[in-house]
Design a protein around this ligand. Structure first.
Ligand code: FES
Ligand SMILES: [Fe+2]
Length: 418
C-alpha cells in the first residue's frame, strides 16, 4: 500500500518542510519549567497584543466588560464611551489601588470605587473625589484610570500591557491580517460560552485543539467518522501555513458521511443545516463560505479551519460559522480555558433544537479533549521525556512552541517578529 501523503493532498512531511520551521524533536521544558513560565508571562503575555473580546460585547455607548488577563494578574475594564470609542483601563483606583468594579459586564457611564467613592467617567477621567478639600492640592487631571493600550481590528478587541507597545497591532498581525480581512462574523453578538479551569499547562490544552492526529483515538465515536475516513484515517490536514507568529490549518472532512438512518433526532435537527458540525442553515452562510480564508484549498472534503492567533487564541470556522478558544495561563501547570461558539438566535423551534444539539455535540467533543489534558501534564511532569516527537499533522504545535520560545528569548518584540 502506498503511504498516505502527510498533508492529505501533498507530499510526506510537506507542510512542515514548506513552513521552514525544522523537523527535529521539540523541547518539553516550556510545558513544565517555572523559570520559563515567568519568562513567558513577562516576554510573551506582557509584550504581545492579546485578543480579549469582540466589539459586539459592547453594543452601545455606556456598555462595559471586565476581562481577566490571568498570567499578568491584570483585571481590565473595557468601556465604550459616548463617542463610540472602545478603551481598556486597569481596574484599579487612583486613590489607593482598590478594584473599582467587580462584575463581568454591564451598562453604566460612571464607576464609583466602593472603598471611598472616587468616581470615574467611562473615558477614564476622574470625575469626583469625596471631601476633595482635605487632600493636598490634588491634580484630578492626572488621577484618571490608567489606560491599557487598546486597538480594534475587524471587530476584535486587543490590549497590550507594554506601555507603550513596542509594535502596532498591524505590525503584530502582519500577514494574518490580510488572511482574515473581510471575514464575515456570523452571529457575532450571541455566543454560547463554555469555560473551565484545568490542571495542565495552557499549551497542553491549546495543542489538543490544533492537531487531528488524535481524532481516531480520543474521538472514535463522536467526530471520528466526520473528521477521518478510510481514505484519510488520521484526518491529515488539507493544508497548513505559518503567517509570522500566527498561522492556520485547514482540516479534512469526510464528504461521504451521512447521518445514520436510525438517528431520527439528528436527521430532523440537521435537515436545513450546512453540515452536522454546524448550527447555521445553508442560506445564511453563503458570504462567509466564499471568503478565501474559509476552506482555503476549496476542497470538497473540508470540515473546518483553525486560525492561530499568537500567542493564545484560536479562531475556528466551519460550514456554519465561527468560534474562538482562549487559553489563559494561571500557573505553570494550570490554566483557564474559554470557548465561545457564535450563532444567531433561533427563530423557530426546529432551529432552537438544532442549536441545542449542536452545542451538546460540541461540548461532548471538547470534554473528550479536556479529559486527556491533566494526564498529559502529569506525564510531562514526570521528567521522563525531554522532547516531543512531532509529525506533519502537528505542525501548528511545532510552530506555536517555537514562537513562544523565540519571544521568550528575544530582547525586543521587533527581534521576535523579524
Ligand atoms: S481606593 Fe478607591 S476610593 Fe479609595
Ligand atoms: Fe480533539
Amino acid at each position: 500500500m502506498n503511504e498516505i501523503p502527510s498533508s492529505f493532498t501533498g507530499q510526506r512531511g510537506s507542510l512542515t518542510q514548506n513552513a521552514g520551521i525544522g523537523q527535529g524533536p521539540v523541547p518539553l521544558y516550556p510545558y513544565r519549567s517555572q523559570a520559563f513560565f515567568e519568562l513567558e508571562r513577562d516576554r510573551v503575555f506582557r509584550r504581545a497584543w492579546l485578543m480579549i473580546g469582540r466589539v459586539e460585547e459592547l453594543p452601545e455607548a455606556g456598555c462595559f466588560i471586565v476581562r481577566q488577563i490571568d498570567p499578568c494578574a491584570v483585571s481590565a475594564l473595557i468601556t465604550r464611551d459616548k463617542d463610540g470609542k472602545v478603551q481598556a483601563f486597569y481596574n484599579s483606583c487612583s486613590h489607593r489601588g482598590s478594584k473599582i468594579i467587580d462584575v463581568a459586564e454591564g451598562r453604566q457611564t460612571r464607576f464609583a470605587c466602593p472603598y471611598h467613592g472616587w468616581t470615574y467617567a467611562n473615558d477614564g477621567r476622574l470625575a469626583n473625589i469625596p471631601d476633595e478639600r482635605n487632600f493636598f492640592d490634588i491634580d484630578k487631571a492626572t488621577c484618571g484610570l490608567k489606560q491599557i493600550a487598546t486597538e480594534v481590528w475587524d471587530g476584535w478587541i486587543f490590549v497590550n500591557l507594554s506601555s507603550p507597545p513596542e509594535v502596532t497591532l498591524a505590525e503584530f498581525l502582519g500577514p494574518f491580517r490580510d488572511h482574515l480581512a473581510g471575514y464575515v462574523y456570523l452571529g457575532a453578538d450571541t455566543p454560547v460560552i463554555f469555560s473551565a479551569t484545568l490542571n495542565a499547562n495552557w499549551k497542553v490544552v491549546s495543542d489538543a485543539f490544533i492537531e487531528t492526529y488524535h481524532i481516531p483515538f480520543i474521538h472514535p465515536k463522536t467526530i471520528g467518522p466526520t473528521f477521518a475516513s478510510d481514505e484519510n484515517p488520521f484526518g491529515r490536514f488539507l493544508t497548513a501555513k505559518t503567517l509570522g507568529p500566527h498561522g492556520y490549518a485547514s482540516m479534512y472532512g469526510n464528504s461521504g458521511y451521512a447521518t445514520h438512518p436510525d438517528h431520527h433526532v439528528e436527521r430532523i435537527a440537521y435537515k436545513a443545516a450546512a453540515s452536522v458540525i454546524s448550527a447555521a442553515a445553508t442560506n445564511e452562510t453563503e458570504a462567509f463560505l466564499c471568503h478565501p480564508a474559509v476552506n482555503p484549498t476549496a476542497s470538497a472534503s473540508w470540515s473546518m479551519d483553525d486560525n492561530l492567533l499568537f500567542p493564545h487564541v484560536q479562531i475556528g470556522n466551519g460550514p456554519g460559522g465561527f468560534w474562538t478558544h482562549h487559553f489563559w495561563p494561571l500557573t505553570v501547570n494550570t490554566c483557564r480555558y474559554e470557548s465561545r461558539f457564535y450563532m444567531r438566535p433561533a427563530t423557530n423551534m426546529r432551529e432552537r433544537f438544532q442549536h441545542e444539539l449542536y452545542v451538546g455535540r460540541v461540548i461532548e467533543v471538547i470534554l473528550e479533549d479536556l479529559k486527556n489534558v491533566s494526564t498529559t501534564q502529569e506525564g510531562i511532569d514526570t521528567g521522563g521525556q525531554e522532547f516531543m516527537q512531532l509529525q506533519d499533522s502537528e505542525i501548528c504545535i511545532r510552530h506555536n512552541v517555537s514562537q513562544i520560545i523565540r519571544w521568550a528569548e528575544a530582547a525586543t518584540v521587533k527581534e521576535a517578529l523579524s
